[in-house]
Every structure is written in structure tokens, then in C-alpha cells.
Write a protein that binds this ligand. Structure first.
Ligand code: ZN
Length: 442
């Protein structure tokens, strides 16, 4: 990581932090500097950085802090924060049909905007610098992303079997036309066919046609529950949802697939061969008792696995650091093998793994010169962070998201020493609470 770009004065210099950048093995610099020029990282290496990266830079003292690439939440429904804690402890289908879908029918753009604002502020506080979202009224989520300064890959959720499916696809298309590459590239877009059981083949054909025209990928839920897989095999000549989507040609496009809990060995071969990104959501899968995704097997097979929180109604927070710890613990327990999913791999899943699953790894996921400056600083001075034997282990197994002190996204300082700078956090919380209460009262 002794990398430099052509000499250019830096705007921000994180000085004297312990720097950790994920990879096959995490790269650790005990005392390092990270220089930011414009929206990109200009230098990562030992401290002090060469003079040209220090000249004129705003210096952030990194002593006692760990610098990491921001976490990448590979699957969520940001505005669902308005449904947090309103319907817990229910089976997935009952939860969807009796609680979530009827309430979602009452959603409007205003509720989505403030729900997404709440989600963005919560994620920035937790060091999440990018999220992949699928929902409705996505213009409003895009406005929240624009306003808060976070990075996102947005898709309009499409239920092909519902009335108005073509209108939804038109909205999804407009979202891509209007927002793909917006905010200096901070916003990217996909199309969002919800799932095989809500999107018949004829509809998926239209989605694929639109994806080809727009040159975007797709974000979909696949094989989340056992029942879904059983029903699919019954209806489609024994094919699993993953085999079915492959037979339709969906995986000829870049695809981000949430869950893949009930993926067979054959499914894993397909996911690997077709380069499908998988968003593993262990907290949500545990809470809804959907099952345990075969993540260690997927990783061994070369599947591009990342980590997501799913929506706040089924997690119930958007804390990816917690998700990394849950992932490590869950797969150790499930396999009966404590060597499975070690700390470095969990950190990889939450950063570079997710960036790969989203197809954004050229720009984010590590701290390297040339990449986008999405950097978080974690306080390593709390009692639970000592002793300092192995900081990768401390971050994954012991740090709390509230230890995130400073967040830089796209070269912009969005949170500094615990203070959110660009938005009025009190207003966001109050407005989201008003909208959430109104939705439940209605
Ligand atoms: Zn989801």
C-alpha cells in the first residue's frame, strides 16, 4: 500500500492512524496517513506522507483511531426505517401480507423521503458509506442520498404480478435515466425485479430488455425461504429459483441477489460461473428464521459474497459492523468450526466483498490511492478496544458502530468526531417519527 498518484495538493490528510485495508489478507499499517484529493484517495502509506500530500491539507489527527474503508451495505430498503419495531416476531409471509404490504400501500413520497433520511443518518453514524436499495418512491430516496452525501445503488422494486407492473417498470426506467451517475457518480442505479415468485417470465423479459437498453444491472431477492424454493420447483419442472433465473437469461446481466439462503450445490455453481453478486443478510435471516445461507461454501466456490442488513423492519438496524460479527458467529456455530469466517474475512465481506457484489469494486471497498475517498475513523481508545493485540480482530469482534467517529464519503467530511455536519439530525428524527406514527395510525 505504498501507493501514490501524480503529485497534487491534498484537501484532507488523515494523519497517524492505524490503517486497515481489506483484501485476501487485510493490509495493516501501524501508523499511516491517508490523503484525499477531491473525491479520491491520493495517498495511503506510512506516516508521515510525502510533503506534497501534506501541503495545504486539512489535517485530521488520526492518533488513537483506526482508518478503514467505509462499510458497504449490500442489501436494504432504506425507507423501511418507518416500520422499525412495528411488526416483529412473525413468520415472513404473515409479516408481509398482514403487516408490511398493507402499510406500504399507504406510503407516500414524503414518508419515504424522511424514512430514507433517517436511514442515511443512521448508516453514516455506523460507518456505512454505500448502500444498495430496492423500494418505491425511489426519487425520494435518491433525494435523501443527494442531500446527506452518502453513496448508493438504487433500484425501484418491481412486483410483476401486481396491477400497475408496467407503470412500475416505467418508473424504474425513469429512475435509471434520471439518477444513474448523478451527484458526481455517488448515485448508481439498477432495475429491481422483487423476486421470482412475484415476477413472471413475461415480465422479467421486459425488465431484461430495459436493463439492456439502460446498461444497468438488476437487484433481486432469491431463495430466501424453503417454501419459496419448494413452490418454484413444483411450478417449474424441478428448477430452483436460481436455476429458473439462469434459464431465463437473467444472469447474462450484472445481478445483485439478496439472500440465496436455500442455495443448492448446483445453485452455487451457477452463481459462481455467472458472477452473480450475493448479499448475505444473516441478522434478517436469523430474525425471520429463514435459514442459514451456505456462505462459507459460496466463498470457497468463488461467489462474490457481500453483507447486507435488509430493511430495518426485519433486522432491526442498519449496522453493518454488527452484521459482520453476526455473520462470523453464525457460520462458526452452523459449521461447528470456529476457524470458519475469521475476522479478516468478515471485514472483507462488509467492505470489498460487498463492493464486488455491487459491481463497484473499481471505486470503493479498500483504502488505495485512486479509489473514491470513502473513509471511516474508528475510536480505538475505549476500554473494550484494549489491549491492542490485533486490530482487525478488535474491529470485528469488539468495536461498536458508535465507535465510528469520523466519516468521509466522496472526499467530503459528513461526520466529524461524532457530529453529523450536513443535515439537522434532530429534524430528521422528528420528521421520520411523525411519518411513522401516521402510517401506523391510518
Ligand atoms: Zn430485502
Amino acid at each position: 500500500m505504498h501507493e501514490t498518484r501524480p503529485a497534487q495538493a491534498a484537501d484532507i490528510l488523515v494523519s497517524g492512524a492505524q490503517v486497515i485495508s481489506p483484501g485476501e489478507e487485510p493490509v495493516v499499517i501501524q501508523k499511516g496517513d491517508v490523503a484525499v484529493s477531491g473525491s479520491r484517495i491520493a495517498y495511503v502509506g506510512p506516516s508521515p506522507a510525502p510533503e506534497e500530500f501534506r501541503r495545504g491539507a486539512r489535517v485530521l489527527d488520526g492518533s488513537g483511531l483506526v482508518a478503514l474503508p467505509g462499510f458497504v451495505n449490500a442489501h436494504t430498503h432504506a425507507a423501511m426505517t418507518v416500520f422499525r419495531g412495528f411488526a416483529d416476531d412473525m413468520p415472513l409471509m404473515e409479516w408481509l401480507t398482514q403487516k408490511i404490504w398493507p402499510s406500504e400501500a399507504r406510503l407516500d413520497g414524503d414518508a419515504v423521503y424522511w424514512g430514507a433520511m433517517l436511514a442515511c443518518v443512521e448508516m453514516i453514524r455506523a460507518g456505512v458509506t454505500t448502500f444498495a436499495d430496492m423500494y418505491f418512491f425511489m426519487d425520494e430516496t435518491a433525494k435523501a442520498v443527494e442531500r446527506t452525501g452518502i453513496r448508493a445503488s438504487l433500484s425501484r422494486g418491481l412486483i410483476g404480478s401486481a396491477p400497475g407492473a408496467d407503470g412500475a417498470l416505467a418508473e424504474g426506467t425513469e429512475l435509471c435515466e434520471h439518477w444513474n451517475g448523478a451527484c458526481g457518480g455517488r448515485i448508481t442505479t439498477m432495475l429491481g425485479p422483487h423476486a421470482p415468485y412475484t415476477c413472471p417470465q413475461a415480465f422479467l423479459e421486459k425488465v431484461m430488455e430495459a436493463a439492456a437498453d439502460l446498461e444497468v444491472g438488476m437487484h433481486i431477492h432469491l431463495s430466501e425461504t424453503e417454501g419459496e424454493v419448494r413452490e418454484c420447483r413444483g411450478l417449474h419442472g424441478g428448477m430452483s429459483p436460481i436455476e429458473l433465473m439462469d434459464s431465463y437469461g437473467l444472469f447474462e446481466f450484472p445481478v445483485l441477489a439478496a439472500h440465496c439462503v436455500h442455495a443448492s450445490d448446483r445453485d452455487i455453481e451457477i452463481l459462481s460461473a455467472k458472477g452473480v453478486g450475493v448479499a448475505h443478510n444473516p441478522g434478517c435471516n436469523m430474525k425471520i428464521a429463514s435459514g442459514i445461507a451456505p456462505v462459507p461454501k459460496m466463498i470457497r466456490a468463488g461467489v462474490k459474497v457481500g453483507l447486507g442488513t435488509d430493511g430495518a423492519a426485519s433486522n432491526n438496524n442498519l449496522d453493518l459492523l454488527e452484521e459482520a460479527r453476526i455473520a462470523a458467529f453464525l457460520h462458526k456455530l452452523a459449521s461447528g468450526d470456529p476457524t470458519v469466517l475469521p475476522a479478516g474475512e468478515a471485514l472483507y465481506l462488509a467492505t470489498l466483498g460487498s463492493a464486488r457484489a455491487l459491481g463497484l469494486d473499481r471505486d470503493i471497498g479498500t483504502l488505495e490511492a485512486g479509489k473514491k475517498a470513502d473513509i471511516i475513523l474508528i475510536d480505538a481508545t475505549g476500554p473494550h478496544m484494549y489491549p491492542h493485540h490485533d486490530m482487525v480482530s478488535q474491529v470485528v469482534y469488539s468495536a461498536r458502530s458508535s465507535d465510528v467517529r469520523t466519516v468521509i464519503i466522496d472526499g467530503e467530511i459528513l461526520m466529524e468526531d461524532g457530529a453529523i455536519l450536513l443535515v439537522d439530525e434532530e429534524e430528521v428524527v422528528a420528521r421520520a417519527e411523525e411519518r411513522a406514527q401516521a402510517l401506523v395510525r391510518a
